[in-house]
Design a binder for this molecule. Structure first.
Ligand SMILES: [Zn+2]
Length: 339
């Protein structure tokens, strides 16, 4: 059920134009300018964590290069011609998407090398999108390098990876490199809010914030969490629902635990941990949350928390009110160092 909905939501909200890609303007603008000025490279390297728009941008770039409504590559593909439509659907004959993890051998790359010589059948360019390219074997990278050194004029390679350090320098130096960023919390919240309005679902700001924070800069993760919540909650999502579905611990519990740690009240610490364990929460997430809580507390004690921490006001106020006897956060720093 959750999976079905996920597909539906992800398809519905997958960006279709450069303007729709959220949080990667430094990349989409550069690509559009390159197209406008006719300076399109033959190999691109898209780097960044998962779920932040690499493959989506690769598809939009493919549409921009092959849109048949324009007389040449265009920064604003029409989205309606047969090329644009089939690329969006992932079944265009000249845009080949390859999973580098399962096609990582020399033979796989040799196949690409044979294939790349043939001219595109209904487009300007033959475009190869190789995802998870860092998984290629050394031999496969060497074979790919030969193609990148002397590509046929109609071939364009878009290599995508989450692990830039595993790509040989010889490959990197032949590509235009684009570093994708994690999407800022506020931008994720904005998109989630738009989705919720369109889906006719109500959700408190506090709950929305918790979802966005949990996604940790990944747009796809945010959408996937929202999918789970839509399946679980129906038409109203509350703060408590988010905590239940994600197995998170309420920050008020963290606040209490933090008090107990700072006042060295071991009995209370054990009771709180016991409650968290008994409620079946995700414990590794709990430890991460504790660390983040102490870190945020330290920021509250020493810097402009409102500017640095993307947290709801009441949470920041409660942290600022924490342990007034320790205004410089010395005790907190001791705990953080202890971790
Ligand atoms: Zn088009």
């Amino acid at each position: 059920m959750a999976d079905e909905r996920y597909l539906v939501l992800a398809r519905k909200w997958r960006p279709q134009t450069f303007e729709d890609v959220i949080g990667q303007e430094h990349i989409t603008r550069t690509l559009q300018n390159a197209i406008t000025s006719g300076r399109v490279g033959h190999a691109f390297l898209f780097i960044g964590s998962r779920g932040i728009g690499k493959t989506t941008t690769a598809r939009i770039l493919s549409k921009a290069l092959n849109c048949s409504s324009a007389s040449g590559p265009t920064p604003t593909p029409c989205g309606a011609c047969s090329n644009c439509a089939s690329i969006a659907a992932g079944n265009n004959i000249d845009v080949i998407e390859i999973d580098g993890a399962s096609n990582n051998s020399v033979d796989n790359v040799r196949e690409i090398r044979e294939h790349v010589r043939m001219v595109p059948s209904g487009s300007r360019y033959k475009i190869y999108i190789i995802d998870e390219v860092h998984q290629l074997s050394t031999g496969a990278f060497n074979a790919l390098l030969k193609t990148l050194e002397e590509p046929p004029p109609h071939a364009i390679f878009i290599l995508a990876t989450t692990e830039a350090s595993k790509i040989p320098a010889t490959i990197v130096s032949r590509c235009q490199r684009y570093d994708f960023r994690r999407v800022p919390l506020g931008r994720i919240q904005d998109l989630l809010r738009r989705i919720l309005v369109a889906e006719g679902v109500t959700c408190s700001d506090e709950a929305l914030h918790a979802i966005a924070r949990s996604a940790d800069g990944g747009m796809r993760d945010a959408e996937s969490i929202l999918d789970q919540l839509l399946s679980y909650c129906g038409e109203t999502i509350t703060f408590q629902d988010v905590f239940d579905v994600l197995g998170l611990v309420d920050w008020r519990v963290l606040h209490e635990l933090c008090d107990a740690v700072l006042s060295q009240d071991i009995a209370k610490q054990l009771t709180i941990v016991e409650d968290v364990v008994a409620s079946g929460k995700d414990l590794s997430q709990f430890v991460e949350d504790i660390l983040r809580y102490f870190r945020n507390l330290l920021v509250c004690k020493t810097a402009d928390a409102k500017k640095l921490l993307a947290l709801p006001d009441d949470e920041i106020q409660s942290m600022q009110a924490h342990d007034q006897s320790d205004p410089a956060g010395g005790a907190i720093r001791g705990v953080v160092e202890g971790f």
